[in-house]
Ligand binder design. Structure first.
Ligand SMILES: *Cc1c(COP(=O)(O)O)cnc(C)c1O
Length: 379
């Protein structure tokens, strides 16, 4: 029998124990105030997150998918306009493009860092291209310097999907540093509980340095209204609840330390797996730090399904993000059929090789050694 009975992909309970009194007090404060919608914590959190990221405007909303949708709505695109996204990402990134009547153009990713491949991105640009949505997958930024240069050349909008990389820092070739999500026209994030900054339910936010775009987003998220009951455009209802904002204010103070704990855990995994020839540990890029929303290995040689099943039998969770690339998803066939750029060798290979191990702020050497020992034995 092992002492590790209940290993989690993400151990939110232990993390919560350490801040419980503060969180309980904050929730009570909201309940006592009765201001559940647009209470003072929402504005305070938006300002505090803006300061943390070094961005001019943060607008809270109901979840990360809404954040992406609202950002795209603010760009004034027309039906049929093309929006480029990576093929290897969570569905939300691409879903909102299609939902709004734009045309998602899926492109392949880099085999080493899993983010959008720059050559494939260039090859996918047409006169109809209007925007790019790079995804900072698993906690590491896409090559934003190259992406912003391409966007400049072709007059494109850039909406960063930073749901998995909040608090990651990007370093430009001249040494300038900026937060993930603060580089493009918009950054979009999610506060889903398991994200690096998670609340106790759903939540999301949009960032921008452009005041006009910020005003547009605030209006869209509030029924297309700036002055009460004057609706200037078709909007949606998407709000960050006051209780979630109050919780996020507390957790934001710990985010840098949470991300550092994930990085330490990743280094420990690296040491344990670095010399195993069947496995490839996560590759780091020069332009971004990696804050390990996921610790994702490639099984270069072996049967992944068998590995994941064996680990499951030992009560060690291992997850596959993502098992089916978007170009193989039924819902996206209409966008892939007949596309000239529909060639995804890397995305397809990754979908067959990757698996992610428990990654959170509460891991320790003993537990990771236990996990690694069994992963290696099960190869
Ligand atoms: C989680 C996530 C989203 C969506 O966030 P929700 O809050 O669940 O809507 C979007 N993109 C990526 C890459 C994500 O990981």
């Amino acid at each position: 029998m092992t002492k590790f009975k209940n290993i989690q992909m993400v151990d939110l309970k232990s993390q919560h124990q350490k801040i419980k009194p503060e969180v309980d007090a904050a929730i009570k404060d909201v309940i006592d105030s009765g201001a559940f919608i647009r209470g003072k914590h929402v504005g305070e959190f938006e300002r505090e997150l803006a300061r943390f990221l070094g961005v001019n405007h943060v607008i809270g909303c109901a979840n990360g998918t809404d954040a992406l949708q609202i950002a795209l709505m603010a760009l004034d695109l027309k039906p049929g306009d093309e929006v480029i996204t990576p093929d290897f990402t969570f569905i939300a990134t691409v879903e909102v493009v299609a939902l709004l009547g734009f045309k998602p153009i899926l492109v392949d990713v880099d085999i080493n860092d899993f983010t959008i491949d720059i050559d494939s991105l260039r090859a996918a640009i047409t006169p109809k291209t209007r925007a790019i949505i790079p995804v900072h997958l698993f906690g590491q930024c896409a090559n934003m310097e190259a992406i912003m240069q391409i966007a400049d050349e072709h007059n494109l909008f850039v909406v960063e999907d930073t749901a998995q990389a909040l608090g990651s820092t990007y370093t430009f070739s001249d040494g300038r540093k900026q937060s993930a999500g603060a580089i493009g026209h918009f950054g979009c994030t999610s506060f889903f509980p398991s994200k690096n900054l998670g609340c106790f339910g759903d939540g999301g936010a949009i960032f921008t340095n452009d005041e006009q775009l910020a005003n547009e987003v605030r209006s869209i998220a509030n029924h297309g209204m700036r002055v009460r009951y004057h609706h200037d455009r078709i909007g949606v209802n998407s709000r960050l609840d006051t209780i979630q904002a109050a919780i996020l204010r507390i957790k934001l103070k710990h985010l840098a330390q949470y991300n550092a704990a994930r990085q330490q855990a990743a280094s420990r995994y690296d040491r344990l797996f670095g010399s195993i020839s069947q496995l490839q540990i996560p590759q780091r890029v020069s332009w971004s730090d990696h804050i390990f929303h996921q610790y994702t290995l490639r099984l270069l040689d072996g049967n992944r399904q068998k590995l994941v099943d064996t680990l499951k039998g030992l009560n060690i969770p291992a997850m596959v993000y993502y098992p089916i690339p978007l170009h193989r998803q039924k819902a996206f066939q209409p966008f892939v059929a007949g596309s000239k750029v529909a060639n995804y060798p890397n995305s397809l290979l990754l979908s067959r090789q990757v698996f992610s191990l428990p990654m959170h702020t509460e891991l320790n050497t003993e537990l990771q050694e236990y996990i690694a020992e069994h992963v290696i034995k099960s190869l």
